[in-house]
Design a protein around this ligand. Structure first.
Ligand SMILES: [Fe+2]
Ligand SMILES: [Fe+2]
Length: 200
């Protein structure tokens, strides 16, 4: 990994959000728990220090604009009308980071699609998708989340499908349409070769 952008470095080492973040103390605590979990997985997977910092940073940064007004988020996102309001903070944050000079595309993609998933998420993006759902501050279904956390990072793909099943199930139960990004993500992670390895 090339040298990390100062924003990424500060987020991944000092757990410090950028100046333009709009985050309550509770939101920062959530983001730090997500980043800590991701850093633990990166370490357990044997990644080097730079990668561990980058994974922690992605967790810390993902909700930097979660509490910004929707009216302020829309101008940051091309095709904002395609995004439901509660999900706009992902692509808006990615574009704000890009404008600040962050050019780490897998990190930006992870943040943009952390709510929906996306067929092109790499391990970092998958980690954020899971950690956002599994971080220990989420008290509902605490035991189920703890059980899933306990299987990571070793049982990566099976837990990824279990998390996606839970998240997409909430949408289906609410008769909420799946976005193309979510449909593509689901298609990729449940591809036959992967289903075979999961069962075999
Ligand atoms: Fe979020
Ligand atoms: Fe989050």
């Amino acid at each position: 990994m090339d040298q990390l952008h100062p924003i990424t470095h500060a987020a991944g080492t000092e757990q410090r959000p950028p100046d333009w973040a709009v985050m309550s103390p509770a939101r920062i605590s959530h983001a730090r728990r997500v980043g800590t979990l991701m850093g633990e997985w990166a370490a357990a997977l044997g990644h080097d220090e730079g990668t561990r910092i980058r994974w922690r940073a992605t967790g810390l940064l993902h909700d930097a604009l979660k509490e910004e007004a929707v009216e302020a988020l829309r101008p940051l996102v091309d095709g904002a009308e395609a995004w439901p309001d509660p999900l706009l903070h992902g692509p808006a944050c990615a574009n704000r980071l890009r404008a600040a000079g962050v050019d780490d595309e897998p990190l930006l993609r992870a943040i943009a699609f952390h709510t929906t998933g996306h067929r092109d998420l790499d391990a970092l993006g998958q980690a954020l998708y899971m950690a956002d759902f599994l971080e220990p501050g989420r008290l509902a279904l605490g035991q189920e989340r703890a059980d899933l956390r306990g299987r990571l990072p070793g049982d990566w793909h099976a837990v990824l499908v279990d998390v996606a099943t839970a998240k997409i199930g909430i949408l289906i139960d609410g008769f909420i349409p799946l976005s193309p990004a979510t449909a593509g993500f689901w298609e990729v992670i449940t591809a036959p070769v992967f289903r075979k390895s999961r069962n075999g």
